[in-house]
Design a protein around this ligand. Structure first.
Ligand code: ADP
Ligand code: MG
Length: 363
């Protein structure tokens, strides 16, 4: 007999990607870890086919966010509730017959800052509905459904990294994920030696940045076509001379992906052998590649990375997340995170138009 829906709660942490940017939709490797900030959602069953959503205060306007829709009548609006409508739409398309519910969302994951507030929302909502309506969905499929919400409903052609990280990543461990085979292992971050600093530039990318993102993705597909491969993951450093003969900007886009995949694997080796100078060097190199070859950085992000470079407690720093704004992640000596973060912001705020925020460590 079908079980009656019950009230349920679920949460998902945001994530920071240590290295491996724009590699996931190219079948490559990534290395995210969980951040302390998380999204918690609560589902209360309803008797009718309505979904109501209370998302708390809008981080920009401070206005209370709430809306409602009817199951089966999901329609993309370009607004925040598309991420919830997308969940019920994808579940229905996958054969689950859903009941209505009231959804309450509370989160301290900054939105549009490259720390995956969208995936944290999708994954927590999917898990809460699973719990409430007793659906048989393994965690791996939760991540895949979350990706489909973005691809099929929101219109962002994202890879699987964010949803895998929000479903599986633990703090203090990096998730070394092969995005083609969805095989992963955890790599310990030795917190007795190093810690992470995450600074938000205050430049947010919204749904609109999906354009730049989707454009990069199309350029990678074009590069694959010209090179006669299924995905850029199949290529390695020895293919770079051939890649250099591609037309602009495909040559540089493919070069970034190939060298970034190499850097992820080298970063795991460095992390496992406590070689933090090498790991830091890879962070800086990754940043330069995203800035010059992939062209997804912005001046504010470059300024944060340069500010970090002056501090002798910093091993390395880079833009984290898809880019076009967002945050930087720096690898620093254990115990120095708060002071490094403060110093980076002091330099950054010499330009009064900038509004950066230290997100990690939480002080
Ligand atoms: P990121 O995932 O890097 O934070 P995205 O642009 O992918 O950036 O997703 C951010 C968008 O997700 C927000 O603009 C908003 O529409 C939606 N979103 C994320 N978290 C919440 C939340 N707690 N409540 C309502 N909408 C949210
Ligand atoms: Mg997102």
């Amino acid at each position: 007999m079908e079980k009656k829906p019950v009230a349920a709660e679920a949460f998902a942490h945001g994530r920071v990607n240590l290295i491996g940017e724009h590699t996931d939709y190219n079948g490559g490797w990534v290395l995210p870890t969980a951040i302390p900030q998380k999204t918690t959602v609560h589902v209360t069953p309803r008797e009718d086919g309505q979904v109501t959503i209370d998302a708390g205060a809008d981080p920009k306007s401070g206005e209370h966010r709430h809306t409602a829709y009817r199951l089966g009548e999901e329609k993309a609006t370009g607004q925040w509730w598309d991420y919830v409508q997308g969940v019920t739409s994808v579940l229905a398309k996958s054969g689950f017959s859903l009941k209505g519910f009231d959804l309450s969302i509370r989160s301290n994951v900054p939105e549009g800052s490259g720390l995956s507030s969208s995936a944290a929302l999708e994954v927590s909502v999917l898990k809460a509905i699973r719990g409430s309506q007793n659906l048989d969905i393994p965690d791996m499929q939760i991540a895949q459904f979350g990706q489909r919400v973005e691809n099929e409903f929101v219109g962002a052609r994202v890879g699987i990294m964010d949803q895998m990280a929000c479903s599986f990543a633990k703090s203090g461990e990096a998730l070394f994920l092969d995005t083609r085979d969805l095989v992963y292992r955890n790599v310990r971050i030795p917190r007795e030696s190093v810690e992470l600093v995450i600074v938000n530039s205050g430049v947010t990318h919204a749904l609109s940045s999906a354009n730049g993102y989707n454009q990069r993705r199309a350029e990678c597909e074009k590069a694959c076509e010209a090179l006669g491969v299924e995905s850029l993951r199949e290529l390695s450093l020895k293919d770079l001379p051939r890649v250099a003969t591609l037309a602009e900007p495909m040559n540089r886009r493919a070069k970034h992906v190939i060298t970034e995949n190499e850097r992820v694997k080298n970063a795991v080796t460095a992390l496992e052998s406590n070689d933090f100078s090498e790991l830091g060097r890879l962070f800086f190199e990754s940043h330069a590649s995203m800035r010059d070859d992939y062209e997804v950085s912005v001046p504010e992000i470059d300024a944060l990375v340069e500010a970090a470079r002056f501090d002798s407690n910093v091993f390395g720093a880079r833009l984290t997340g898809g880019g076009f704004g967002g945050s930087i992640v720096a690898l620093v000596k254990a115990g120095t995170g708060a002071s490094v973060g403060k110093k980076i912001l002091e330099i950054y705020h010499r330009d009064p138009k900038r509004h950066g925020v230290l997100l990690v460590p939480e002080v």
